[in-house]
Design a protein around this ligand. Sequence first.
Ligand code: NAP
Ligand code: ZN
Length: 348
Amino acid sequence: MKAVKSYVAHSADKPLEPYQLDRREPEAKDVEIKILYCGVCHSDIHTARNEWGGTMYPVVPGHEIVGTVTRVGSEVSRFKAGDTVGVGCFVDSCGHCKNCKEDNEQYCENGHSQTYNSYLQDHKTITYGGYSTHIVVTEKFVLNVSDKLPLEKVAPLLCAGITTYSPLKHWNVKAGDKLGVVGLGGLGHMAVKIGASMGAEVTVLSRSKSKEKDAQELGAHHFEITTDKSTMERLANSFDFIIDTVSAQHDYNDYLALLNTNGVMIILGVPPTPSDVQAFQLIGGRRSLVGSLVGGIKETQEMLDYCAEHNITSDVEMINIDQINEAYERTLAGDVHYRFVIDMASLK
Ligand code: NAP
Ligand code: ZN
């Protein structure tokens, strides 16, 4: 065991604070990573505050990890000390179910091991995430990161990047398609960048007028305010695809009405409370309401390589770890431009 510094939530209503965590010594197939940067995903907040239920305290959040390999186990062949690597939302899966065999470990039928607040495949060891100086991860779930791009801006690709890339690829969003992106936060801004890079005509659908200029700089072609009733009426039947990244409860029917015939609305955001869907909104235009969870390891590597090739990174605001509680509050207020990333050198 190795004691490492980390930041932890002890309960839903208390701020995060420093904590000493024991990480396992690297076993034969393990890679030990010194964490350089970790992005702050809204899922970290939902979990730290137990908004989805099931949080196992103390919880160390963080699943947008970029770092340097420090040690590897005897059977590790793809990595060596000094390599730059990434770790995303999960760190293991059963490896033998249909979904794992098809490189969709995120849909592992036996339960994948998420990077934090989850169990390893022994079903008893709890996982702790990236708000920490080091992490130990089995080789198969470690990703190659190009040194070509600024690493702090690469970190958010490990969740926000893959979560938006995967459904855009799955649904074959292509040049000429009209894509609406609801919510301009961490996921939303990556959906804009990646969607635009695939040739889609991108419209940001936001509550925040202040984000209009940013949306255009991120690559959006249009910007619309969703709180304006006449705007929503004008936009009826406008989009081939809508990516919904909203973290709080909202009415799906309002956005389904914006889809064309055969349009697809992809739910990525996970509001803690359920919403009703009116059948008429679906049957009227043969519309689909679908969801998507991050992306498999093979596809995450493909996304990292795609972003390196197309020069796509996240727009980040760097913070020290002791600013994490303030960053949570600002994220909740929609005041994030467009991902907070922790400089782990500040965890001393
Ligand atoms: P974020 O940075 O906080 O962005 C969410 C955005 O949603 C906000 O910036 C805001 O954009 C909009 N919004 C917030 N509250 C709203 C409300 N009440 N009504 C309408 N719009 C609202 O969060 P994130 O990190 O992108 O994560 C977004 C959601 O995706 C979270 O629920 C998270 O848990 C989930 N998630 C899912 C996956 C997956 O695999 N499916 C992966 C990662 C995260 P505007 O100011 O532009 O309106
Ligand atoms: Zn995330």
